[in-house]
Design a protein around this ligand. Structure first.
Ligand SMILES: C[S@@+](CC[C@H](N)C(=O)[O-])C[C@H]1O[C@@H](n2cnc3c(N)ncnc32)[C@H](O)[C@@H]1O
Length: 186
């Protein structure tokens, strides 16, 4: 029993460590940023919102509170916050029936069906993420980014208020950069 418990703690800690090294440690979005984000997003029944690195999915639950018909999908690798999200969904009743929280690596998920993407991740992964967005996102997919803007792409909209982390809004089409081929010689 003791060995089982120690192994479980070990696996939980490892999952936190993997997440922290991969894209960002678990730091939940605060209520003020969350409320503002939800107010700004085009939440529409039947549309698909994907949160990459969802933690305890507090943002997705807030989105479902506002629009229960939204299809909300969250991916994370940290076991503890994911289990908290599963329990919240389990006891949350019908309004959370369209939320799906999965233990998955965000970099290996197909994003082609997303209408809204939300990320609160470290800028070190923006380059890799931006390339993935460019290949997979629909033109009109709304991409909301908390805290740090994506260098080299002008946001469609920015929300900045005192005491609040900034929110940046982009569109899928903005990530489709055409590679500049070298000028032919001769
Ligand atoms: C800064 S937290 C944001 C949590 C949540 N999005 C929020 O705003 O409350 C970043 C989350 O990304 C997760 N994460 C890091 N690398 C990941 C990866 N490769 N795949 C999936 N999730 C990852 C972490 O476990 C952590 O929960």
């Amino acid at each position: 029993m003791k060995v089982l418990l120690i192994s479980l703690v070990y696996v939980i800690l490892l999952s936190f460590g993997y997440g922290a090294l991969s894209a960002a440690p678990w730091v939940p979005t605060r209520k003020k940023e969350r409320d503002r984000l939800i107010a700004e997003l085009p939440l529409v029944e039947g549309k698909v919102m994907v949160e990459l690195g969802c933690g305890d999915a507090n943002v997705l639950f807030a989105a479902a509170d506002r629009m229960p018909g939204l299809r909300a999908i969250g991916y994370d690798v940290a076991i503890l916050p994911i289990v908290a999200a599963w329990l919240r969904k389990l006891f949350g009743g019908r309004k959370y029936r369209n939320i799906s929280i999965r233990i998955r690596d965000l970099f290996s998920q197909d994003l082609s069906q997303a209408d809204i993407i939300f990320v609160f991740l470290l800028p070190k992964i923006y380059d890799r993420l931006g390339k993935k967005f460019g290949l997979e996102l629909k033109d009109d997919c709304t991409v909301a980014v908390e805290a740090w803007n994506i260098p080299g792409i002008e946001p469609m909209r920015t929300v900045k208020e005192p005491g609040m982390l900034p929110l940046y809004f982009y569109e899928g089409r903005q990530f489709r950069t055409v590679p500049v081929s070298p000028t032919p010689k001769g």
